[in-house]
Design a protein around this ligand. Structure first.
Ligand code: PAF
Length: 279
């Protein structure tokens, strides 16, 4: 497994792979890898001949009051996990390698990035679409894999790729959960034992809504309140619980088309997101 620190070296390696007729699979990450990431790595490997994982805590997707400095990092552990999965290359650039001090060009999606997480984190998706474009231009992948836990992120990236004719096929991997149902996230590390226990109410609420839906309930407000109630009962501070269309992320009064209930909630200082598809 090769560790690459510069964009030029990464492009050189990828061009060589492509000349050899190899399809390049890519998983962009911010490191502190867990089984959710590793499931995406396996998907990338299934769909390609060589695989690259990037590890880069992207400063431009954090707001001024967010956890950039505290974001968990453990490169040696990540490296070992990637090696264990048979990854061919880890792209691990320094912030200065990715962003010139006078960096001034952004990639911004204008519709899907606005609701849900875009409300509380107005510059977040602009940072994501910009860095993903930069990572694609460094890694030159044929296929890139994103996780469905960040359902909005995956939709925004798919829209960007379509709108800008980016020659990368996007695959979205399922949510991977801890055995008790908590969606895997690098941020789970911040939770105290008590907060972690109470955070299970997110999944419990989504399951309750899903059962109501399976029993014939289609009214968004009823389904939404099932999730909201579960979280608030456990002392979580809800940022949003929304029932939106999967195609446009537009709020739906009824589940009349494929929909998603998307949640963001704080337990202590930790903001967690999760979602569940309906229909
Ligand atoms: O999902 C993430 O970890 C990040 O948003 C991503 C896609 C690696 C961009 O920094």
């Amino acid at each position: 497994m090769i560790i690459v620190r510069t964009v030029a070296e990464m492009q050189g390696l990828s061009r060589r792979w492509r000349r050899e007729g190899k399809r390049v699979g890519f998983v962009p990450t911010m490191g502190f890898l867990h089984d959710g990431h590793l499931s995406l790595v396996r998907l990338a490997r299934d769909e390609s001949d060589v695989s690259a994982v990037s590890i880069f805590v992207n400063p431009t997707q954090f707001g001024p009051s967010e956890d950039l400095a505290q974001y968990p990092r453990d490169f040696l552990r990540d490296e070992a996990l990637c090696r264990g999965e048979g990854v061919d290359c880890v792209f691990y650039p320094a912030p200065e390698e990715m962003y010139a001090s006078d960096f001034s060009t952004w990639v911004e999606e204008g519709v899907l990035s606005k609701p849900l997480c875009g409300q509380a984190r107005p510059t977040h998706f602009r940072g994501v679409t910009t860095v993903v474009t930069k990572l694609f231009n460094a890694v030159l992948p044929d296929v890139a894999v994103f996780g469905r836990k960040d359902a909005q992120q995956a939709l925004v990236i798919e829209r960007m790729v379509r709108d800008l004719n980016v020659p990368v096929r996007i695959i979205v991997g399922d949510i991977i959960r801890e055995s008790d149902g908590l969606a895997m996230s690098s941020r789970n590390k911040y939770l105290s034992v008590d907060e972690r226990q109470r955070a299970l109410s997110i999944r419990a609420g989504l399951l309750a809504a899903s059962r109501l839906y399976d029993g014939g309930e289609k009214t968004a407000e009823v389904l939404r309140l099932a999730v909201l109630g579960s979280i608030e009962e456990q002392g979580g501070k809800v940022d949003y619980v929304e029932l939106v269309s999967r195609a446009q992320l537009a709020a739906l009064p009824q589940v009349s088309e494929p929909a998603v209930i998307a949640v963001a909630a704080f337990f202590g200082k930790t903001r967690l997101i999760d979602n569940c598809y309906l229909g």
